[in-house]
Design a protein around this ligand. Structure first.
Ligand SMILES: *[C@@H]1O[C@H](CO)[C@@H](O)[C@H](O)[C@H]1NC(C)=O
Ligand SMILES: *[C@@H]1O[C@H](CO)[C@@H](O)[C@H](O)[C@H]1NC(C)=O
Ligand SMILES: *[C@@H]1O[C@H](CO)[C@@H](O)[C@H](O)[C@H]1NC(C)=O
Ligand SMILES: *[C@@H]1O[C@H](CO)[C@@H](O)[C@H](O)[C@H]1NC(C)=O
Ligand SMILES: *[C@@H]1O[C@H](CO)[C@@H](O)[C@H](O)[C@H]1NC(C)=O
Ligand SMILES: *[C@@H]1O[C@H](CO)[C@@H](O)[C@H](O)[C@H]1NC(C)=O
Ligand SMILES: *[C@@H]1O[C@H](CO)[C@@H](O)[C@H](O)[C@H]1NC(C)=O
Ligand SMILES: *[C@@H]1O[C@H](CO)[C@@H](O)[C@H](O)[C@H]1NC(C)=O
Ligand SMILES: *[C@@H]1O[C@H](CO)[C@@H](O)[C@H](O)[C@H]1NC(C)=O
Ligand SMILES: *[C@@H]1O[C@H](CO)[C@@H](O)[C@H](O)[C@H]1NC(C)=O
Ligand SMILES: *[C@@H]1O[C@H](CO)[C@@H](O)[C@H](O)[C@H]1NC(C)=O
Ligand SMILES: *[C@@H]1O[C@H](CO)[C@@H](O)[C@H](O)[C@H]1NC(C)=O
Length: 484
């Protein structure tokens, strides 16, 4: 009776999926900003396509008086997202008007370069959001492009993003900003993920969706890198090879399917292309146990383990993506899931969760307490359950893994001290325009003086185009990846 019911459900699912054929998500609020530039950079191959427009459209910048100094020597080089940056020598706050409440995705792009007047690699600054969360403290972007991704809950119509230079040289910069509304179900705000903790009863997080989250790893298990062109939320997924733990390569097999991946978007957790694209679900790792070995050792059992170096002092949100395209039968796999050396889920039967449908996307969320780390790493393992019987295949799979840092008790994602709370950007000093900057007249500098806020705020737009001999020319956002 039960299985008949499930059969009927799965039939109705496949019908409704083929009818609705999941359309792309359109965020109500979108900002894609090419900072410090007045050029729009198009990404026609992104899906959906995007335009990064000049950040001068943001009222907190565009209402300011703009001084342009001698931009004479511009070359004909076609501009790219990283050939310009906006510089701050004082605390500065972007204020974005938002049309939506709920979870928003924020991506900050930092691509340093050097001009005669400024060396962006020597910048050192703090970044905070909503005048509450410290996102980056004493941050010095490395020489390569760094993209930081955050998930933030907004329930007002304004979003503030503050850059605060630390001393000597007092310099902060940003190359590009993405801010857009996440699909409402991306981080569920009605149920809480299971918390895995050594102490057993670590205090629960009150509303995971209301915390600030930072993506630290986003992994396409067993498959290639996935770029923003192939992800409807413009995410980057990196391969898992570097995170496979121990000499697992001979015992774990990368697999790819050409099966059509189905999504079931009408239940919890909702599975859609916005949770993860087909590319994530169509590759996997599976335990590699030959038939010969199985016959010789029917109870063979080991774990597939991934290890992710993470700093201590935080809880982590872990999302695991599963899609069984390796089995002949939907209920073949019964496995255990571990976080650290603790059990996160015993007797995990994916087939029940996908209504006995093979090649159907599914994900499971957990929260790992700080005490689950071992040797500086967060480990995730899957291994066959001892409940596996002759009807089951002794194996386990994994398709994708996302690990996000959760802000600590002082609202910081980068250290134990949150310098923002209580101080915010009101703590600015009065400065006069440094002579060195004025004299750098040969550079295409644009100085912006912000008078409306009754403080003197110098924001410098710096164009790299005249110095094209001395920097690494990056033409496309997809050359980059999320770095830790
Ligand atoms: C807010 O919504 C309006 C109306 O849909 C739209 O025109 C505008 O672009 C939206 N603003 C942002 C920042 O997305
Ligand atoms: C901004 O656009 C104008 C032309 O509209 C151009 O002359 C100027 O060089 C541009 N400035 C920068 C910093 O790209
Ligand atoms: C979850 O988010 C939605 C959309 O922002 C909101 O309408 C709803 O009240 C929230 N529910 C809870 C329990 O926070
Ligand atoms: C820029 O600053 C970085 C870090 O301080 C330094 O390693 C690099 O040599 C500097 N580059 C130039 C061209 O001065
Ligand atoms: C940046 O953050 C660090 C760590 O919270 C703090 O010590 C420092 O004072 C902050 N800098 C500024 C300029 O607020
Ligand atoms: C954990 O705490 C909750 C409430 O604080 C309590 O009901 C539960 O029994 C505790 N569990 C353990 C294992 O201590
Ligand atoms: C991304 O999509 C393009 C076109 O659909 C395809 O050629 C390419 O292989 C895809 N890349 C990945 C990593 O899936
Ligand atoms: C690695 O593989 C070798 C030979 O296959 C085996 O003897 C050894 O126990 C394995 N080590 C670990 C940590 O699994
Ligand atoms: C799977 O294991 C067999 C030995 O049992 C080995 O020959 C083969 O290379 C392994 N496959 C992979 C992808 O490592
Ligand atoms: C898999 O890992 C868990 C957690 O570390 C451990 O308890 C279990 O014994 C491991 N299973 C095997 C077969 O090694
Ligand atoms: C995250 O920061 C907020 C704001 O400071 C705080 O209310 C919340 O408790 C923090 N979350 C955790 C898990 O400590
Ligand atoms: C602070 O951020 C940097 C850059 O993302 C990272 O390498 C470092 O581990 C973070 N430190 C802490 C304590 O979160």
């Amino acid at each position: 009776m039960e299985s008949l019911l499930i059969l009927l459900i799965s039939i109705s699912i496949s019908i409704s999926i083929s009818i609705s054929s999941i359309s792309a998500f359109t965020p109500p609020t979108t900002y894609f900003l090419n900072c410090g530039s007045n050029a729009t950079i198009t990404f026609p191959n992104d899906y959906p396509p995007r335009n990064f427009t000049p950040d001068s459209q943001i009222p907190s910048i565009s209402t300011t008086e703009t001084l342009t100094i001698n931009p004479t020597t511009l070359s004909s080089t076609s501009p790219s997202l990283y050939t310009t940056a906006r510089l701050f020598i004082q605390p500065f706050t972007y204020t974005f008007t938002v049309n939506s409440t709920g979870t928003h995705v924020l991506r900050l792009h930092f691509s340093p370069f050097t001009t005669p007047a400024h060396n962006l690699s020597s910048a050192n600054f703090n970044v905070s959001a909503l005048q509450t969360f410290l996102l980056l403290a004493s941050f010095s972007p490395s020489t390569t492009t760094t993209i930081k991704e955050y998930f933030l809950w907004l329930d007002s119509d304004e979003f503030q993003l503050t850059f605060t230079p630390n001393s000597s040289p007092s310099l902060a910069f940003i190359s590009a900003i993405e801010l857009f509304t996440a699909p409402p179900f991306l981080i569920d705000n009605t149920t809480e993920p299971k918390q895995v903790s050594r102490l057993g009863n670590d205090s629960n997080i009150d509303h995971i969706a209301h915390q600030a989250l930072e993506t630290v790893y986003r992994i396409n298990v067993g498959g290639p890198k996935i770029t923003p062109e192939n992800d409807t939320l413009w995410r980057t997924w990196t391969p898992d090879d570097d995170f496979l733990f121990s000499n697992i390569t001979t015992t774990v097999e990368a697999k790819t399917t050409t099966d059509k991946i189905s999504y079931y978007a009408y239940d919890k957790p909702r599975s859609t292309r916005e949770i993860a694209p087909e590319f994530v679900y169509s590759t996997a790792r599976e335990m590699n146990i030959s038939d010969v070995t199985r016959i010789a050792n029917p109870k063979i059992n080991f774990n597939m383990t991934w290890a992710f170096p993470v700093p201590s002092g935080y809880k982590y949100f872990i999302r695991m993506h599963f899609c069984d395209f390796v089995s002949e039968q939907p209920l073949s796999l019964i496995f255990n899931i571990y976080i650290g050396d603790l059990s996160a889920s015993q007797y995990f039967i994916l087939g029940w969760l996908t209504y006995q449908t093979l090649s159907q996307a599914h994900y499971v969320d957990f929260i790992a307490a700080d005490d689950v780390r071992t040797s500086g790493s967060l480990k995730v393992s899957v291994g066959p359950s001892d409940q596996s019987n002759s009807a089951n295949v002794i194996s386990s799979i994994m398709n994708g893994l996302e690990i996000m840092k959760i802000n600590n008790t002082v609202g910081s994602l980068n250290g134990t001290f949150n310098s923002i709370v209580g101080t915010s950007v009101k703590k600015h000093r009065h400065v006069s325009l440094p002579v060195t900057i004025v004299s750098a007249a040969a550079a295409p500098l644009v100085l912006i003086r912000n008078e409306r806020m009754e403080k003197v705020n110098y924001v410098i737009q710096l164009s790299l185009q005249v110095y094209k001999g001395s920097y690494l020319y990056r033409t496309h956002i997809t050359d980059t990846c999320i770095t830790n």
